[in-house]
Design a protein around this ligand. Structure first.
Ligand code: NIG
Ligand code: FE
Length: 399
């Protein structure tokens, strides 16, 4: 398939084209290496990108699609979600919007509902949100366990997830299971023992919620190192609600990503900047918990790699819209539109240690999104507007 006349194709390859035109009112923020090609064309062969360039130079193919000047971006790589769950926390959100604070304890509500659900119900809910995300341009989705908290409930969550995505994360250490609330050490033993044995075959990643009300730095290190010994790769929920040891632990262990990064010391920022650990920012969580925004500008200026993801979950961030997260990051976190789009595509790929997604380059997986807009900047410029017009995922036109 040849897709032609794409206006402003974001490739995430800086050697292809240029960045967005800078206006004379722009601040000194650096532009991300989005590699923008005007009047671009893409050739999709099977599940891969076979050619990228200007429409006028495109090779002839039998199947031709005219984008009619729509902007093109790589499919979003949403590197952080919690989609294996049951139930609903509308009441908790409603209470929060009348002034109650968010705490990790709300997770228990979803744990009870998830344990009571059948495998079929969990699969149907996951499918619903994966489809919802795909319609909004997300072609790669990471998702986690963490609402089961027993060996059986965690491993079934991972089995359900693994039948739908390669990016599956074991988060048995989300909170201490309610039945072991009096004995957190016993719960950590379970998470690093029988539960890990049951879960490791179904997951790629191990994660822990390192936070007050969840797990402290020592417990988090124990959980992540046990997972690593079983061949899982570490990532972490760090520094979301309070300052804490999570970011430093992520860097120490070579984690692919430290997620949330809302409360960072200068030393945390430096540690991220000097490491390969991606800072994954989840502004949907700050939006839905009425918390302060993470400071993307500070991280970028220090030289850290920043990803943007949805954190889609029924408690702290019930949005599957990466475009919404881009708009928040641009409006309130100091990112340029180029940076935000890069972070939601190539940045998410970096947070998942993937080089085959999040970019439109020869050999990459053919995940292409066309927008009903002349530029990717409209993702921030037109917040809340459903701009996704067409989606190819691994070469298949799915929308
Ligand atoms: O990433 N922070 C921990 N976990 C989720 C929230 C889960 C929930 O409230 O159900 C998060 O925000
Ligand atoms: Fe999360």
């Amino acid at each position: 398939t040849l897709v032609t006349h794409i206006s402003g194709l974001v490739t995430n390859d800086p050697s292809l084209g240029s960045g967005s035109p800078r206006s004379n009112t722009a601040d000194s923020a650096s532009d991300a290496p989005v590699g923008l090609i005007q009047d671009a064309a893409v050739v999709i062969d099977g599940d891969r990108i076979a050619w990228v360039g200007e429409s006028s130079k495109a090779p002839a193919t039998d199947n031709r699609v005219d984008a009619e000047g729509r902007a093109g971006i790589p499919g979003f790589v949403d590197s952080h979600s919690h989609l294996v769950f049951a139930g609903d926390r509308t009441a908790e959100f409603n209470a929060r919007m009348s002034g109650r604070a968010y705490s990790a304890g709300g997770i228990r509500t979803t744990v009870a509902a998830t344990r009571a659900a059948t495998d079929e119900q969990l699969a149907a809910t996951l499918d619903r949100y994966l489809a919802e995300a795909l319609r909004q341009g997300t072609t790669t989705m990471e998702t986690k366990s963490g609402y089961g908290l027993t060996p059986g409930d965690e491993s079934r969550a991972l089995r359900v997830a693994a039948s739908r995505t390669d990016e599956v994360t074991y988060l048995g250490a989300h909170i201490v299971a309610p039945e072991l609330a009096d004995d957190p050490a016993a719960y950590v033993d379970l998470v690093t023992g029988d539960m890990l044995d049951a879960c490791a075959p179904h997951a790629r990643w191990v994660d822990v919620f390192c936070e007050q009300g969840a797990f402290d730095g020592d417990q988090a290190r124990t959980v992540l190192t046990a997972g690593m010994k079983k061949g899982l790769l570490p990532r972490i929920h760090a520094n979301q609600l309070t300052f804490g040891p999570g970011v430093q632990l992520a860097v120490e262990l070579g984690a692919a990503s430290a997620d949330h990064c809302t409360h960072l010391t200068d030393a945390d920022v430096d540690a991220l900047a000097q490491s390969d650990t991606v800072a994954t920012l989840l502004p949907g969580a700050e939006f839905s918990t009425r918390a302060e925004w993470p400071d993307a500008r500070r991280l970028l200026d220090a030289g850290a790699t920043v990803a943007l993801a949805s954190d889609c979950n029924p408690g702290s961030s019930f949005t599957s819209s990466v475009a919404f997260c881009i708009a928040l990051a641009v409006r309130d976190m100091g990112m340029t539109p180029d940076e935000a789009v890069w972070s939601a595509t190539a940045g998410g790929a970096a947070a998942l240690r993937r080089s085959d997604v999040g970019r439109i380059t020869v050999g990459a997986r053919a995940d292409l999104v066309l927008l009903d807009a002349p530029s990717h900047v409209h993702l921030a410029y037109r917040p809340g507007v459903p701009l996704v017009s067409s989606v190819w995922q691994a070469g298949l036109k799915v929308l």
